[in-house]
Design a binder for this molecule. Sequence first.
Ligand SMILES: [Zn+2]
Length: 371
Amino acid sequence: MTVRDVVQLLESWAPPALALEGDPVGLQVGSLNARCARVMVALDPSLAVIEQAVAARCDLLVTHHELLYRPMACIDRDTARGRAVALALSEGLTVYAMHTNWDIAEGGVNDVLAERLGLADVQVLDVTKREELYKLVVFVPDSHHQAVLEAVCAAGAGHIGGYSHCTFNIAGEGTFQPLPGSQPFIGRVGALERVRETRLETIVPESRLDGVVRAMKRVHPYEEVAYDVYPLKLSGRPQGIGRVGNLPAPMPLLAFARHVQQALGTAGVRFGGDPQLTVRRVAVLGGSGRSWVGHALRAGAQVLVTADCSHHDVADAWEAGLAVVDATHAALERPAMERLARRLQEALQGQIEVRLAEGPEDPFQWVSRTG
Ligand SMILES: [Zn+2]
């Protein structure tokens, strides 16, 4: 396996095109062509995490936050960030970031959060993109029609609403003449061939297009596969940042804050709002969500669960009618990195070893009167 193989899988889950504008997701340092046997997953590419990945002989470190979020004017080994970059490069560790694309992706940071909090009827809080849809048309000899149909549908083509394997198939005749140097599956060089073929057409979301075309070519018998990809003037599912959903039963804000703390397995959360306020509809935004108060109110939420709020953020939200539960940034995002590590290990079982960075990744700790 190469780093590129692993990255292709990651990008099928969280396409870089989903990232918010100006967010430099993807390769941070290293090489996509490097060999990859061991992967570490972490929230932050801190110097301590990079040292840990190097000590564990990992080839790839996948993090949520970027190593190079802002361009570096110089790589100074006397700074922690400079040492982190230099160490990764000198030890051949590739660092790859999936940041806001993993926040937005289905099954990413915000979906994991909504799931942890037990929300139902979950919708996107702030739609940043509508998925582009494409029509794939491929011409396949009858002998391989079923195999190609299965392969493209398994790779994500042919989904419409609650239906899978949505395709249309028309039988016809294909012609071709193999030229000198070709190695035809059917026919001889220099002779015009006529073959019974099926025109198979189906719909593919943008995020699945590359994978679907690869899967199609893998099982199609022809040396040169005849296929077309058409952009469609239809929009697919809304994609975006944050989620809003409903609790199974209403509860007072105080009880909800405790529920968040327990669901995230964190030592504490802060909250702003009337402790007796009845909470049913909940907005969540992993990371710094102070700018999404208006979205949460418009979505009908009584409370926003997010991180990094200031005094004024919470006071203003409270005044506007929205309670806020402020957990730490790491407490909100770490569960999705744990999920990512598990998903990667399951998908590449036997091919790579995946480990989660050890040790506390939350820069905050808590003291309280009781302990
Ligand atoms: Zn974050």
